[in-house]
Design a protein around this ligand. Structure first.
Ligand SMILES: [Fe+2]
Ligand SMILES: [Fe+2]
Length: 273
């Protein structure tokens, strides 16, 4: 069994220090095999915000897979957005992640793609070149390895969740990455922890779509608070646990969804308590 702690949308600059401290404590306690940080490290890509974000990321256990979000590019400094959109991210955050934004062990293979773009506002994009990279990465893996793709902007709509803005290019990219073997897609940006299967290709291959909430910022969605996902991967069984911050008690298990990959693709199993 492999364990992923999936955290996202920290928005340093609008973060809650008490939640941040509890978040570090919780992630250290759960002893994940991989910590995935899916973007929006800062609120406005300012230097001091990246410095704060870096202090936080440094406290999390290795290995870490990091990708940027749309908030990690300057918004008001047009020149910087145009010519050096990821300079702050590349200086402070990127070196803390695993090389090539990818990770492999005997149970899972995980790759991250940067979907943040200078010219798409808060929305993102996934390119043909990135899809080709995913195809290459998963081309020589055994059947028993669970294949995971990480992006900041969601590439698919979880079938049981309210409508989500997808990255431009997702309509073409999603069936291709599913055909390349991707079984689970992790993303942020939505600021609500949720999961559900998606049916995408003609031969009924499915992928499991998982969104992380905002881990420690004040930019929470009503009713969801600060959350992160604790994901257990065991071959064809996946458990997604949403860990929610409770004042005075830290991050506690709030809801669990368990899936099994069978003949018809991913199936949501009855809640296990
Ligand atoms: Fe965000
Ligand atoms: Fe975002």
């Amino acid at each position: 069994m492999r364990k992923i702690a999936h955290l996202s949308d920290f928005h340093f600059g609008t973060h809650e220090p008490a939640v941040t401290a509890d978040l570090v404590k919780s992630v250290l306690e759960v002893k994940a095999d991989l910590v995935v940080l899916s973007g929006d490290f800062t609120q406005r890509a300012r230097r001091w915000q990246f410095q704060e974000a870096r202090k936080f990321v440094e406290q999390l256990p290795e290995p870490k897979l990091v990708i940027p979000g749309n908030h990690d590019m300057p918004l008001f400094n047009i020149l910087a957005r145009l010519f050096w959109p990821f300079s702050g991210y590349n200086e402070f955050i990127e070196p803390l992640g695993v090389a090539g934004q990818s990770y492999r062990d005997e149970g899972m293979a995980v790759i991250g793609l940067n979907t943040a773009r200078r010219f798409t506002g808060k929305n993102g994009r996934v390119s043909k070149e990135q899809v080709a990279r995913v195809r290459d990465f998963f081309s020589d893996l055994g059947e028993s390895v669970t294949r995971v793709l990480v992006t900041h902007h969601p590439l698919g709509q979880a079938d049981n969740e309210v409508f989500v803005d997808l990255a431009f290019g997702s309509r073409l990219a999603l069936p291709e990455v599913v055909n390349a073997g991707v079984q689970m897609l992790l993303s942020g940006h939505h600021h609500r922890g949720a999961s559900g299967a998606i049916e995408e290709t003609e031969d009924r291959e499915q992928a499991l779509i998982v969104y992380a909430g905002t881990a420690n910022s004040t930019r929470t969605r009503e009713g969801d608070g600060n959350t992160y996902n604790l994901i257990e991967v065991d071959g064809r069984d996946i458990k997604v646990e949403v860990m929610r911050w409770v004042p005075g008690a830290g991050f506690k298990e709030a809801r669990t969804s368990q899936y099994c990959y069978g003949e018809d693709g991913w199936e949501l199993l009855p809640a296990r308590t």
